[in-house]
Design a protein around this ligand. Structure first.
Ligand SMILES: [Zn+2]
Length: 486
């Protein structure tokens, strides 16, 4: 039962609970957990002491409520009250009352239109918690597979979900050019368009304008660029980025920033970071007040601690629903990235989600979580899947290597993904060599499964306050290397 689970985990960590504030109400939790008959009935049974008039009113209210949406917290409170009142309803009518209530919840999610983040436990600096959005929960630390052009390449959305993903990332730059945000909006938004009804985070488009578009011109206003697809001219400003992400229906929206390249001088970093902070304020203003949707600010400052601190302070002043550490994973290497992560996340509010953009390899992810990061995204598991690379507990396996051509064993005998359950290394090697589509499909599935399992194992280790043990085992298994050839 969602309520019990959430409160139990919370009471396990009073410090985190105090710092994170609001407890979810039972109703919020039920909505988030796609409430069931069994969840509601005990609450009805618990009701005592209200008049029969109240129970009649309760029934009427539920009837009226059916097929209408909840919009505010006052109604959530009313329903709490009516649930208690339901206890006086005649015993034989209670199941009907509960059933109607469940159907109502199922058809009228969201009960709560809030975006919220609750921390459950910490282990060292590593944290585990839950982001609640009207479209579903995101367990943190979370890995977000990248669905660049409204698809995680080689995967059906239900298969992505089956690997354990709670949220996807969509790329604003690609979608604004093709098929365009306006077209997706007319067709019902990105969730419906790509058949993924859970949360979606979109980037601002800025990073890919810088890395993919031809002929760019930056100014205080924004950036003008030519499409890499057809050379057409486009503009991206903080206001336009907010508009595009709203048209897409993105649940977590990123502020527009300039990703400072690695190697920039401190003077260049200061100029770039301050421009990003002015854009952050304009993004915040243009985003407006949208209950249930979140806007994340992005910390810049490259590898300079003082600039990271200034950036964080400016973002905190503006106020965001979550904070990203930007400007990393841009060629600086793991050692320097970890040095920055040793201090950068600590500068961001403790009680808000922290997102490290564009990371990374499994060892990057473990190191980032160790340093207090809650969310990450990377194309690595899907892109590598298409180029014959598989991530396993014992490191990277290159399936194109001829050592696999007679190997009847699975990629990883402990993995429960379809590629490992039903196919041999020899088969995976063959279909890769033959350029068969199933090669990319199976290896992508395996890789996404591996990444999600890694996240699940970290969440469990943090909950049990043994992240250091987890990390030791992770490193030891990787150090072993792949199994001996047959
Ligand atoms: Zn597998």
């Amino acid at each position: 039962m969602a309520y019990t689970r959430v409160t139990q985990l919370k009471s396990d960590n009073n410090e985190a609970e105090n710092q994170c504030g609001i407890l979810q109400s039972p109703i919020d939790s039920m909505a988030a957990a796609q409430c069931t008959y069994d969840t509601v009935l005990p609450i009805l049974e618990a009701g005592n002491g209200m008049s029969s008039k109240a129970s009649v009113l309760g029934n009427l209210y539920v009837l009226v409520r059916t097929r209408r949406r909840f919009e505010g917290r006052s109604e959530t409170f009313l329903l709490n009250l009516l649930c208690v009142g339901g206890g006086l309803i005649h015993r034989r009518l209670r199941p009907l009352f509960a059933l109607g209530f469940c159907l109502d919840l199922r058809h009228n999610v969201p009960m709560s239109t809030r975006f919220s983040f609750d921390l459950f436990a910490t282990s060292g600096k590593a944290r585990t918690g839950l982001i609640t959005t009207p479209r579903g929960e995101i367990r943190t630390p979370a890995f977000m597979p990248v669905g660049t052009a409204a698809t995680v390449k080689a995967m059906m959305p239900e298969s992505v979900r089956a690997t354990g993903a709670d949220i996807l990332l969509g790329n604003t730059y690609h979608l604004m050019l093709r098929p365009t945000a306006e077209r997706i909006n007319v067709l019902g938004g990105l969730h419906r368009f790509m058949n993924w009804n859970r949360p979606i985070l979109t980037d601002s488009g800025g990073f890919q304008v810088m890395s993919l578009a031809g002929l760019r011109k930056m100014s205080e206003e924004g950036v003008v660029f030519k499409s890499h697809i057809d050379g057409s001219r486009h503009e991206l400003s903080p206001e336009r980025s907010m508009e595009i992400q709203r048209l897409l229906g993105s649940d977590i929206v990123m502020a527009l920033d300039e990703c400072t390249p690695f190697g920039a001088t401190e003077a260049e970093v200061i100029d770039s970071m301050r421009l990003s902070m002015r854009w952050a304020k304009r993004s915040r203003d243009a985003f407006g007040d949208r209950p249930g949707y979140a806007l994340f600010g992005i910390q810049q400052g490259s590898v300079f601690e003082e600039q990271r601190a200034e950036s964080a302070a400016r973002l905190r002043d503006i106020g965001f629903d979550g904070y990203a550490v930007g400007g990393l994973a841009v060629g600086e290497g793991q050692k320097i990235m970890f040095e920055v992560l040793d201090y950068a996340p600590d500068m961001l509010p403790f009680q808000k989600p922290r997102y490290l953009m564009g990371v990374g390899k499994p060892s990057d992810i473990v190191g980032a979580v160790k340093r207090g990061i809650d969310m990450m995204d990377c194309v690595l598991p899907s892109r590598s899947g298409r180029t014959g690379q598989a991530f396993t507990r014992r490191g990277v396996v290159n399936i194109k290597n001829s050592r696999h051509q007679n190997d009847p064993r699975p990629l990883d005998e402990l993995c429960h993904c379809p590629a490992c359950q039903n196919y041999s290394r020899a088969y995976l090697h063959h279909v890769f060599r033959a350029s068969e589509m199933i090669s990319g499909m199976l290896l992508t599935w395996h890789n996404l499964h591996y990444f999600q399992e890694l996240m699940a194992n970290m969440r469990e280790a943090i909950t049990q306050d043994r992240f250091d043990v987890f990390e030791k085992v992770f490193r030891a298994e990787h150090a072993e290397g792949d199994i001996e050839p047959v």
